[in-house]
Design a protein around this ligand. Sequence first.
Ligand SMILES: [Zn+2]
Length: 266
Amino acid sequence: MCPTGERFVHGTGGIFSAGRLICHCLLIESHDGLVLVDTGIGLDAIQAPDKLLGAPFLLMTRPRLDPEETARRQIERLGYNVDDVRHIVLTHLDLDHAGGIADFPRAAVHVFESEHEAAMAPSSPFESHRYQQAMWAHGPNWVRHTVQGERWQGFEAVQTIGSDILLVPLHGHSRGHCGVAVQTEKGWLLHAGDAYFAHGEVHGPTRQTSLGLDLFQRLTEVDSKARLANQDRLRDLARDAAPSVQIICSHDHTEFEACRSAATTA
Ligand SMILES: [Zn+2]
């Protein structure tokens, strides 16, 4: 996504040049097939952006609507078949995270129960915009999760596919927003979704953000107190658990580039 006003969005750069926000998804080879964490914007939305993404989102974020950037096309380029993706685990159901679920019609779609409830029955005009009902009109195989007393690194957690991929409730941005913790060969990777937007909000002794991203998060939150408290907890985790826990969010391009270069040099 390329919103106008790089300096407003990132705190540096030109006033009129474009910022850069990623839809960071993970593809995991699990014991039960491929698992996709978040799906970004899908092919349907690229074909009918006005209908599926809506004018406010298009105007504000100016997404680059290139089919080759969708999760589906990238996975196919890796040599996989679309049905190799057996599970999708979603941080939440906002249109830029759940937009690609129809591209994997046979996958089980794991989501936190309260997020599913919020998306199926939006309670405000803003929720009606963020949750695009057409994105699940194909009738996905939902797997809805609730917490059952399990813990991970001091957080509540829920197992999704075995004990290696967990939903970690981080509510505030949306009603049932979660992080997704993934056990890797190098330790845990926590995909924190939209629990924070700028690397400096969580990685560093104090919260550092930009005017634009701070404002955007305030405009899209459902619970400010919970959202900021969760950023505090993530900052503690980033400080105390590194390097055995790596934390990333959905939209920060510096984190995306760091992951990509680590992957290509591994
Ligand atoms: Zn988002």
